[in-house]
Write a protein that binds this ligand. Structure first.
Ligand code: ZN
Length: 552
């Protein structure tokens, strides 16, 4: 990272789905942790996310519920917001991509920016029209969107490929690349190929731009993002259709080149949803152009299934935006499974945001566990036994109990943070060992290796526990109060340091600790004696509670 301003994004969640723990750890939570870490170091950030609201899936849900698509979005966006609030996701702005009536309300900012980018792409000859065959349902009398198509992938024979993407081999699929397609909600409805005219983004012509963006930035990307993008570029790019025949979407504007031929069509979600990062910034601030320019770094968090949409397609789309030379970091994770199975609301597998809000388990505990299991390099599992062990053992016993003991003892014996008398070898060794781990922590966090960052916090906490066990301040107090004060000074400053490092992960508990020790530790290394004389307060509520599955 090289710039002074950083835009952080989380992949826009689809509005109709209630986010589950896999979604939370895939994008919003790591982005939040990273954002909090940078803000602590006074780096200027903007954290942008929002709901992806357009598409047939919303149209159909609206039809079934006897509501308008807008009403469906209004209903679900509230649920999304509540869930992210519960998880303490501190967005600069959580916006949305839809407007009341996309066909008329053309001044709306998302439509406006999408049109601006599209028009630039048209002017630069990156868009062409062609007649294609799409999957049509004779029973429903309409073209069926990809989300509602299921069939066999012609590339790997996986039998449950979705309309536009095979989850098994990660290929993006065209309509004619799916064998025996049927309508997902009624598999008796067979789908047939039918001709319709659409607009295409000329990816082969944009190959250089996309490849250049990849080569310039890949050193900052997750390995899976590098692998997926490389394989796309090696296979060669094909033009992608960017329009659709449904109504609930950003309308295609009339242009000199294509006239009004596409006025009844809308942009396909994958084309305009990522533009939402820009338009949601514009919803947040009138200064949005100062953010979306070459002096900004763009750090994008997502699940592995979203990589190609960002590194190939959004990268191509940004060619239509004149200030597109961002330094882009792609941070993508693998899947989290639930006790070995895939999350599914309809099959009641997994833990969803609404369940979590109703449990008796602190949101900090979920945050801590999820980061500790983050599928950074490979798929990982949510396991209840492991959840209990990690939270009760590593967080409660190793860190929070340590904090609790230190605060209680110091408050009771000294009221204030005592001064140092003389450091012994054991103190000096401890301090220098802690400072070595500080380097590891900082380097992990700046590289967005959050799981490692968290582990370094715990490592310092282990060391601190060991230091207490060896120096025995509780015993020494009765024999040599001066010596005890020195040990406590070292320990309290260490607690302040760990708490600063832990704060991005478990903000509520860390705030409680800061309130109690009377200072917010501001350094990235252990500097003892910095906060002498600060008055401690009793913890105003219990710091920890052991978690069991029954609390859920
Ligand atoms: Zn496949």
């Amino acid at each position: 990272m090289s710039q002074s301003k950083i835009i952080i994004t989380s992949a826009l969640p689809y509005v109709n789905n209630i986010p589950h723990l896999g979604n939370i750890i895939g994008s919003v939570l790591p982005a939040d942790v990273y954002n909090r870490f940078l803000k602590q170091r006074n780096i200027k950030t903007l954290y942008i996310c929002g709901a992806d609201e357009y598409g047939t899936s919303t149209e159909i849900k609206a039809l079934e519920s006897n509501m308008t698509p807008k009403e469906i979005c209004d209903k679900y966006i509230k649920i999304h917001k509540q869930i992210y609030d519960y998880f303490q996701i501190d967005f600069s702005h959580f916006g949305r991509t839809s407007t009341n009536n996309p066909q008329n309300d053309k001044d709306w900012i998302h439509t406006k920016i999408t049109h601006e980018i599209f028009n630039n792409l048209v002017q630069n000859n990156f868009i062409f029209s062609d007649t294609i065959t799409q999957l049509y349902c004779n029973e429903l009398n309409m073209f069926v969107s990809d989300r509602f198509v299921v069939g066999t992938c012609s590339k790997c024979n996986y039998s449950k490929a979705k309309g536009d993407q095979c989850e098994s081999c990660n290929s993006l699929l065209d309509a004619n690349e799916i064998i025996n397609p049927v309508y997902k909600l009624n598999t008796n409805y067979k789908l047939v190929l039918k001709e319709t005219e659409h607009l295409f983004l000329d990816l082969p012509k944009l190959y250089e731009n996309i490849n250049d963006n990849f080569e310039r930035n890949k050193n900052y990307w997750s390995n899976n993002a590098i692998g997926i993008t490389k394989s796309w570029l090696e296979k060669g790019l094909k033009p992608r259709c960017i329009t659709r025949d449904y109504k609930w979407g950003t309308p295609v504007p009339n242009t000199e080149k294509f006239g009004d031929k596409f006025e009844n069509k809308v942009f396909y979600n994958w084309f305009d949803a990522p533009i939402g990062y820009i338009s949601i910034t514009a919803q947040h601030t009138n200064d949005w152009k100062k953010w979306w320019n070459e002096c900004t770094d763009l750090v994008q968090f997502m699940g592995i299934d979203n990589v190609a949409f960002h590194t190939i397609l959004f990268s191509a789309t940004l060619s239509g935006y004149d200030k597109c030379n961002f330094n882009t970091t792609i941070n993508s994770v693998n899947y989290l499974t639930y006790e070995g199975n895939k999350f599914s609301k309809s099959e009641n597998v997994g833990i969803f945001g609404d369940d979590v809000m109703n449990s008796d388990i602190d949101s900090d505990y979920w945050r801590f566990y999820l980061i500790s299991q983050r599928p950074e390099k490979k798929q990982t599992e949510f396991l209840w036994d492991n959840f209990e062990n990690v939270v009760n053992g590593e967080l409660n016993k190793n860190y929070l109990n340590f904090a609790n003991r230190v605060i209680s003892f110091t408050e009771k014996k000294f009221k204030q943070i005592p001064e140092i008398d003389k450091l012994l070898d054991i103190d000096k060794k401890f301090i220098s060992k802690v400072n070595e781990i500080c380097d590891d922590y900082l380097s992990a966090m700046y590289s967005i290796e959050l799981k490692d960052g968290l582990n370094y916090c715990l490592e310092i906490s282990h060391l601190a526990n060991k230091y207490i066990a060896e120096t025995e301040p509780w015993k020494i107090y009765k024999i040599d109060e001066q010596r005890c004060k020195t040990i406590i000074n070292v320990i309290i400053h260490t607690l302040g340091l760990i708490n600063r490092f832990m704060c991005p992960f478990i903000p509520t508990k860390c705030q409680l600790i800061f309130d109690s020790i009377g200072f917010e530790y501001k350094y990235d290394y252990l500097f003892i004696n910095s906060y002498v004389g600060k008055t401690l307060n009793k913890l105003n509520k219990s710091l920890f509670k052991n978690v069991t599955r029954e609390d859920f």
